[in-house]
Design a protein around this ligand. Structure first.
Ligand SMILES: NC(=O)C[C@H](N)C(=O)O
Length: 362
């Protein structure tokens, strides 16, 4: 950390919002860096390991100490929110994350933006959640890595540096939350992990990247814009996100899974349907039965990476019961349905939010 110290003009500063900066240079913009764990904080004894390593092992200050270049770009208030494999990120952590971002970044005029380090496996879910709940125009940037910090050519340090750079970039404002990895800037609203192992994994296949980064200079292809299907959820008075389960469809799918999900407390169901939302006859009948008796929302999504479940693929009785996910994939649909249920929206309102993500809407 001697190297870090040499880059800062002052040491230790606490702003009027109580945020602590270990190294502070009054001429630089300020950001909050919230660490949640993942491979970017991962370690292994084997420098060649890109699987089977320990996730969420390093603290954020240890990670930062290897990238003193970050302190040439911004003053960083670093917060260790958690240090977990991303499969263990809970909805209560996400609610807390949203509240923290609103109070410490949105409502503080001295803060330019935020970076969140996160495991990549579920990064898209957290990024989608924050994108739907934090809406102040300041850049909120999610970063992760595919190689643990101990690997040869670890990608975490460059991703974090690029994330910090994007978080203070004027051009990054008003675009919703962003995912920055592998020299690309992707909209959190559309981003999905497309490859389980390699660094070129976050993509918005249909919509494309928002921009790229060369020699740590971000370049955005187009001016800021929000997606047509964007829904902003108000979680101000929300204490918990209701449970929403995802059920994966397959040939000749049985209906036991949906009954047990409901029995076990699911307040909403997302089905990863075949093609444009296909399901077996048995399963379709179970949906109609559950909706008429229990009244919970059931959203039909697609197990293919891309595409849309149009309202027209749901016919007859099912039209009244199921909700077409439109272009939202199952994991996006789960987050959105959880937020809408937390806001106590009725079936009609939920249906109209999802309808905005279908070609029937435009
Ligand atoms: N690349 C990663 O970050 C994967 C890790 N298992 C996680 O999601 O926490």
């Amino acid at each position: 950390s001697a190297l870090i110290h040499s880059r800062a003009t002052n040491t230790s500063y606490t702003n009027s919002n109580g945020l602590k900066f270990d190294y502070f240079n009054a001429s630089l913009p300020n950001i909050t860096l919230i660490a949640t764990g993942g491979t970017i904080a991962g370690i292994s004894d084997d420098k060649t390991a890109t699987a089977g390593y320990e996730s969420g092992a390093l603290g954020i200050n240890e990670i930062l100490s290897t990238i003193p270049e970050d302190l040439d770009i911004a003053n960083i208030n670093a917060v260790q929110f958690d240090n977990v494999n991303s499969g263990d990120v809970s909805s209560s952590l996400l609610l807390n994350l949203t509240r923290t971002l609103k109070t410490t970044v949105c409502n503080d005029p001295t803060m330019s933006g935020a970076v969140i380090t996160h495991g990549t496996d579920t990064l898209e879910e957290s990024a989608f959640f924050v994108d739907a709940t934090v809406n102040c125009g300041k850049p909120i940037v999610f970063v992760g890595s595919m190689r643990p910090s101990t690997a040869i050519s670890a990608d975490g340090p460059m991703n974090l540096l690029q994330g910090v750079t994007v978080a203070v970039d004027e051009d990054a404002k008003d675009r919703g939350s962003l995912v920055v990895m592998n020299d690309r800037i992707v909209s959190a609203f559309f981003a999905t992990k497309t490859q389980a192992n390699t660094m070129d994994t976050f993509k918005a296949y249909e919509q494309g990247n928002l921009g790229m980064i060369v020699s740590n200079k971000p370049y955005f292809y187009y001016p800021a814009v929000q997606a047509n299907a964007k829904y902003f959820a108000d979680v101000e008075g929300v204490n918990a996100i209701p449970r929403v389960d995802i059920l994966y469809a397959y040939e000749d799918m049985h209906s036991d899974s949906i009954y047990s999900a409901v029995q076990n407390g699911a307040k909403g169901i997302v089905v990863a349907g075949e093609g444009a939302g296909g399901i077996s006859t048995e399963f379709a009948q179970a949906i109609n039965d559950i909706v008429s008796r229990v009244g919970i929302p059931i959203v039909l999504s697609h197990r293919t990476v891309n595409g849309e479940v149009p309202t027209s693929s749901i016919t007859g009785d099912n039209e009244k019961t199921q909700i077409a996910s439109g272009m939202f994939n199952p994991q996006q649909a789960r987050v959105l349905l959880g937020l809408l249920s937390a806001e106590d929206k009725g079936l009609g309102e939920i249906r109209s939010v999802f309808r905005k993500a279908t070609t029937a809407y435009v």
